[in-house]
Design a protein around this ligand. Structure first.
Ligand SMILES: Cc1cc2nc3c(=O)[nH]c(=O)nc-3n(C[C@H](O)[C@H](O)[C@H](O)COP(=O)(O)O)c2cc1C
Length: 325
C-alpha cells in the first residue's frame, strides 16, 4: 500500500508504532519495522543519551529497515538532557523522530539539517497546524480515545481526523483507537495517510513487557479506562486499577487544590514495576479504549499481515461491491 506516509518514511505499510514509555524498546521497534511498519524506540525510557545510543545500536542489529525515536517534551521540574538526546539521535544516523508533548520548534533546525523526518503527535487541529508551520514533515493526530495523553479538548477521531484533513497540507496518521484493518480503512477514508497504534502493539509476542500487562489488555473492555490528572491539565487515559481508584478519590476530595505531590505515589516512577515486574496495581499506566477490540496476543508480523489483509478485503470486496453498478 502506497501513501504519502509510506513514501515519506520508506516503509511498506502505513502503520506506525507510537513511542511508549517502558514498552518501546529495540525488540518491539525492530519487530514492527521488520513486519513492514515503522517501529519507534522511546527515547526517554533510556535514562541517558548513552543508553539511548546503545538501544539504537541494538535495534539496528535486529533490523535493516527504517525505525524512529520518540522524544516526548512533557512538563517537568528537572527536564531530561534533551540536547544530549538530540545529539545522540543525529549521531546514530536515525532518520525519523516522533516528537510529542510541548512544541518541538527549538530542536527542529538541528534535526532537519541531519536529514531527519519529523512527525509530531498532536491532539488538536491547532497544534497540528502549528507543527506544519514550524516545518514538521507529518503529524500524528491523536483522538480522545487514545491511550496516554489525549489533551484537554476531548475531540474523538470521527471529528478530529476530517477536521485535520480540511486544514493540513502535510500528511498525517490517525492515532488513538486503531486496532485492525477496519481502523486503517476508516482512517484513510477520513483523510489520514496511515495509522499509529500504541495499546494494540503492547499485546503482541514481541512487546518486551510482563505477560500480566498483555493479559490485562486482553481482559479489559472499552469501558475500563479512566482519565486521570484532569485537574492538573495533564490528562492521561489509563487502565482502571486499585491505584487509579485511589488517585481519583484524591482528585474528588481535594478538588481544585490538588497538586502533583498529592498523587506522586500513584504516578511517579511506577512504569518499571508495572511493565517489567507485572505488578498491575503498582500505579497508573496508559491504555487506550481500544483495549475493547484486543482479544489476542499475536506476533507483530501476524498482526500487521492481518491488518493489511483485512484492509484490502474491505477495500476490494466489501466497498468495491457497494459501488459496483
Ligand atoms: C503504555 C503507553 C505508554 C505511552 N508512552 C508514551 C510516551 O512516552 N510518549 C508518547 O509520545 N506517547 C506515549 N504513548 C502514546 C502512544 O504513542 C500512542 O499515541 C497512543 O497509544 C495511541 O492510542 P492507542 O493506545 O489507542 O493506540 C503511550 C501509550 C501507552 C499505551
Amino acid at each position: 500500500m502506497k501513501t504519502r506516509i509510506t513514501e515519506l518514511f520508506g516503509i511498506q505499510y502505513p502503520i506506525i508504532q507510537g513511542g511508549m514509555h517502558y514498552v518501546g524498546f529495540a525488540e518491539l521497534a525492530a519487530a514492527v519495522s521488520n513486519a513492514g511498519g515503522l517501529g519507534i524506540i522511546t527515547g526517554l525510557t533510556q535514562r541517558t543519551p548513552e543508553l539511548l545510543a546503545n538501544e539504537i545500536r541494538r535495534c539496528r542489529e535486529m533490523t535493516d529497515k527504517p525505525f524512529g525515536v520518540n522524544l516526548t517534551f512533557l512538563p517537568s521540574r528537572t527536564p531530561p538532557d534533551y540536547p544530549g538526546y538530540v545529539r545522540t539521535i543525529i549521531d546514530s544516523g536515525v532518520k525519523v523522530v516522533e516528537t510529542a508533548g510541548n512544541n518541538p520548534q527549538k530542536w527542529l533546525p538541528a534535526l532537519r539539517e541531519a536529514g531527519i523526518k519529523i512527525i509530531h503527535k498532536c491532539t488538536s487541529v491547532r497544534h497540528a497546524l502549528k507543527a506544519e508551520s514550524i516545518g514538521c514533515d507529518a503529524a500524528s493526530v491523536d483522538g480522545f480515545e487514545c491511550g496516554g495523553h489525549p489533551g484537554e479538548d476531548d475531540i474523538p477521531n470521527f471529528i478530529l481526523l476530517p477536521r485535520a484533513d480540511d486544514e493540513l497540507k502535510i500528511p498525517f496518521v490517525a492515532s488513538g483507537g486503531m486496532a485492525d484493518g477496519r481502523s486503517l480503512v476508516a482512517a484513510l477514508s477520513l483523510g489520514a495517510d496511515g495509522m499509529n497504534m500504541g495499546t494494540r502493539f503492547i499485546a503482541t509476542q514481541e512487546a518486551p513487557v510482563h505477560d500480566n500487562v498483555k493479559r490485562a489488555i486482553v481482559a479489559a473492555s472499552e469501558l475500563d479506562t479512566r482519565l486521570i490528572m484532569r485537574p492538573l491539565r495533564n490528562t492521561e487515559r489509563v487502565l482502571k486499577n486499585a491505584a487509579v481508584d485511589r488517585l481519583l478519590e484524591k482528585e474528588r476530595d481535594l478538588g481544585a487544590s490538588l497538586t502533583f505531590e498529592d498523587i506522586i505515589g500513584e504516578v511517579g516512577g511506577v512504569y518499571p514495576r508495572i511493565m517489567q515486574e507485572g505488578e498491575m496495581d503498582a500505579g497508573a499506566w496508559s491504555c487506550g479504549m481500544v483495549a475493547g477490540l484486543i482479544h489476542d496476543i499475536p506476533t507483530v508480523k501476524q498482526l500487521i499481515d492481518r491488518i493489511m489483509a483485512q484492509a484490502n478485503a474491505i477495500i476490494h470486496e466489501r466497498l468495491a461491491k457497494l459501488s459496483a453498478r
